[in-house]
Write a protein that binds this ligand. Structure first.
Ligand code: UDP
Length: 330
């Protein structure tokens, strides 16, 4: 199948491109390389372009004529979204409109959309299922919920179909060692912990220990990036089989606190890095854990890496590889 992938040079996108490419799909990645990397695209071709360039985007889609689009390209940091909301509405909402219009003009009606657990805000029930109300508490979550509304209306208006995958906390790296998370500035907990273990930061801050959770730190459902990649493949197959539009949580269904993750990172690395407890980070809900039975039941998705230490170990191997890459470039 011909698949157009926005943001396919990024962390999650590159793992999905690998999963699809290894199954023989023909892939065109569209990425502005603002946070992605050319080396991360292991299959298909990459066109460097920005979603804000509506004419170039549409020309590229028209020339490729994909059967489906997977849309990763977005701004994804909760705390940044609180400081710079317009960036999030521009990149995540306005640019997605450009993509949807281009698809519409070219007659492409199948989309897999990267959504997020942040659309739930502070859920009343944990694990949270897809029918829970959407009450995002930060501009990142609002921007993703806005696009979900647009997709719902678009699907009602005609032949357009989509699956929105609501990601919980994605972590880890492909064990083959060629791709992984490689942002200039690490903000996510597991990456930040491992970079602190490597000595890139002098301490790790735990953002809040007075949340209403057993140990006072926030709880998240950490999913390995390859399990998430498999979820995309399964969702795409489900969509292309004509099953109609759907929204699916992507997580394992159990969570770990920040303190538990930090303890596991120390255990995996064998390094007792410095940890300090600080105030809350803006926009953080206390607990987010997925009810992923819809994804499991409807697509047959079965996780392969549901083990926190395994996730951290793959991320740690990747961090060491990144250090080698940096040394060999010098
Ligand atoms: N967190 C932390 N210290 C860090 C980074 C993150 O205590 O250096 C916490 C953060 O407050 C949240 C959890 O770890 O409760 C997961 O944050 P992350 O940024 O990894 O993902 P998010 O849940 O924001 O998507």
């Amino acid at each position: 199948m011909k698949i157009f992938v926005t943001g396919g040079a990024g962390y999650i996108g590159s793992h999905v491109v690998k999963a699809l490419g290894s199954k023989g799909h023909e892939i065109l990645v569209y990425d502005n390389l603002s946070t992605g990397h050319l080396w991360a695209v292991l299959y298909g071709r990459l066109i460097q372009g920005d979603l804000s360039d509506a004419a170039f985007l549409e020309d590229t889609i028209a020339a490729f004529q994909p059967e489906a689009v997977i849309h990763f390209a977005a701004s994804i940091q909760v705390e940044e979204s609180v400081r710079e909301p317009l960036k999030y509405y521009r990149n995540n909402v306005a640019n997605t409109l450009n993509l949807l219009e281009a698809m519409n003009h070219c007659g492409i009606c199948n989309l897999i959309y990267s959504s997020t657990a942040a659309v739930y805000g502070i859920p009343e029930t944990i694990p949270v299922s897809e029918i829970a109300p959407l009450c995002p508490i930060n501009p990142y979550g609002v921007s993703k919920a806005m696009v979900e509304s647009i997709l719902k209306d678009l699907a009602k208006s005609g032949s357009f179909s989509y699956i929105a995958l609501r990601y919980f906390n994605v972590a880890g790296a492909d064990p083959e060692g060629l791709i992984g998370q490689a942002y200039a500035e690490a903000t996510h907990l597991i990456t930040r912990s491992l970079k602190t273990a490597k000595g890139e930061y002098d301490r790790l801050s735990i953002y809040g220990t007075d949340y209403p959770t057993p140990d006072g730190s926030c709880i998240r459902d950490y999913i390995h990036v390859n399990d998430l990649a498999d979820a995309h493949v399964a969702a795409l197959e489900h969509l292309m089989a004509g099953n109609g539009s759907e929204i699916m949580n992507c997580g394992y269904g159990h969570g770990f606190s920040v303190k538990e993750v930090v303890a596991a990172a120390k255990h995996v690395t064998g390094i007792d890095f410095t940890v300090v407890e600080t105030g809350h980070r803006a926009g953080d809900p206390p607990a987010l854990v997925a009810n992923s039975s819809r994804l499991r039941n409807k697509t047959g998705w079965t996780p392969r890496y549901d083990d926190l230490e395994l996730i951290i170990r793959t991320a740690w191997e990747w961090e060491k590889r990144l250090s080698q890459m940096a040394t060999s470039r010098k």
